[in-house]
Design a protein around this ligand. Structure first.
Ligand SMILES: *Cc1c(COP(=O)(O)O)cnc(C)c1O
Length: 450
């Protein structure tokens, strides 16, 4: 598979180059020249396949030519000791993406990317420096994924005071090859600093720079995996057993099921739109997905674009679902490189939810159905409810992506529902000490600290 920059259809690179460079030299994002179709034999057996086998089949055409089949098999085996349970709650499926070490979906992308980078860089002497801007969850997942990986140094930039205490410990508590910069500004400022660093000739001469944001194609490919796996199960009407970290309260009636199966609608709590773009790839690969819901918080740039056709990036505003506080989603350029406004607006419904409705949803879903959502998942749950209330024709098979464990956002969730049991990985992270350097949102300050 070859990859082009969204801004230059003339020159293509292979997967390893696109992954290691992150952003193309012209500032564009790498996109595959085409989206491969999954073999029919795979599509017909998704419902019973092991998660790692789905990962292998989904990633194989994307990495083809850069990694042998055996290397890819080992990679996914090592990256995913956990899976993505599809559990039932009320009238829908919840796709729990928080069973990895940092309890958010970004573990899926980061763990694949870290292992792919280590493989592509084998035998190099100069360390690779990964720069990553985070609104909260990316930093922790990338830090955890790359921690201890030889030949790779990671610098995480996060907006000072706008990530939770736990997120800050996941980002800045590991040490070793991971350093943390606390930036006096917003996530958009952090992202602008990283973009500027990549465009700076002096820095590129001095350091081998790479990115790990959702602009990196090597994070999107593994994210397509859980859509493919879940769509296969949902189409067959099959829910999984609860996982170890499933935040369900016992003593509630069994979830109701309206349909035996079929093509699903996937509701995706969205910020930078990497996750939704991965979903679009999964659909184009032939996974049984009918529609998507792009669920945002008050940062509603994309829902407005879907409605009006005009894209107006804006400053981000802080909300309770802080990993989605993005006013200028970087993957927008990638989505629109593949699909027109008309195509996107046919396949994606945009809905935005404010903080009051987010809290009310956490409370209601807990008290009525005994399931505890985090603020990001609650934005998604509410979006599906709003579409239902408006009478939008939705397929009966509905899958909500639960992007983080509620214990990650205990300061918001616990006052609404009482104590939330944290997965063991989070309890361990809480015991770490934060070591980070505060810098102003200024390029000279960043260049100095690298
Ligand atoms: C990053 C994140 C999102 C947003 O994902 P995008 O790919 O940036 O759209 C949603 N929820 C959680 C918990 C996240 O960490």
């Amino acid at each position: 598979m070859r990859y082009y920059s969204t801004r230059d259809k003339e020159h293509s690179v292979d997967f390893a180059t696109a992954a290691l460079k992150g952003l193309a030299a012209d500032g564009g994002l790498y996109v595959p020249e085409s989206v491969p179709l999954l073999p029919a034999s795979v599509r017909s057996s998704l419902a019973t396949m092991d998660f790692r086998d789905v990962a292998y089949e989904t990633a194989r055409p994307f990495v083809g030519g850069c990694m042998s089949a055996a290397t890819l098999r080992d990679l996914v085996q090592d990256a995913y000791p956990f899976g993505a349970p599809l559990v039932a709650a009320d009238d829908r499926f919840v796709l729990e993406l928080f069973h990895g070490p940092t309890a958010a979906f970004k573990d899926f992308g980061a763990r694949f990317m870290a292992r792919a980078f280590a493989y592509f860089r084998r035998g190099e002497d100069r360390p690779l420096r990964i720069l990553v801007a985070t609104s909260g969850d990316t930093g922790g997942a990338v830090a955890d994924g790359f921690f201890g990986v030889e030949g790779i140094e990671v610098t995480v930039l996060y907006p000072k005071g706008r990530v939770s205490p736990l997120q800050e410990r996941q980002i800045a508590g590991l040490g070793g090859n991971i350093s943390a910069l606390s930036v006096e500004g917003s996530f958009d400022d952090c992202q602008a600093l990283v973009k500027r660093a990549f465009a700076d000739p002096e820095l590129s001469r001095r350091l081998s720079l790479s990115s790990a944001n959702s602009i990196n194609i090597s994070r999107l490919v593994p994210q397509a995996v859980y859509y493919v796996a879940a769509a296969g199960k949902a189409a067959a009407g099959k829910a999984d057993e609860d996982g170890e970290a499933t935040p369900r309260v016992s003593g509630y009636p069994a979830p109701r099921r309206e349909s035996a199966g079929g093509k699903a609608v996937f509701c995706v709590p969205s910020g930078n739109f990497g996750n939704l773009t991965a979903g679009l790839y999964a659909r184009a690969m032939g996974a049984p997905i009918d529609l998507f819901v792009a669920a945002t918080n008050a940062n509603r740039t994309v829902p407005l674009y879907l409605e009006t056709g005009s894209y107006e990036p804006r400053k981000s505003v802080p909300t309770l679902s802080n990993a989605m506080d993005v006013g200028a989603p970087s993957n927008f350029e990638r989505m629109t490189a593949h699909w027109s406004h008309l195509e996107l607006s046919r396949v994606i419904k945009g809905v935005w939810t404010d903080d009051a409705a987010t809290k009310a949803t956490i409370e209601r879903v807990h008290s009525r159905f005994g399931y505890i959502l985090d603020p990001h998942g609650a934005v998604g749950w509410n979006a599906l409810d709003e579409l239902k209330a408006k009478g939008e024709p939705l397929p009966p098979v509905r899958v909500l992506l639960a992007t983080a464990h509620p214990a990650k956002f205990a300061e918001t969730v616990e006052p609404l529902v009482g104590p939330v049991k944290a997965p063991a990985s989070l309890t361990a992270a809480m015991g770490r000490t934060v070591v980070s350097k505060t810098i102003p949102a200024d390029f000279a300050a960043l260049a100095d600290s690298l």
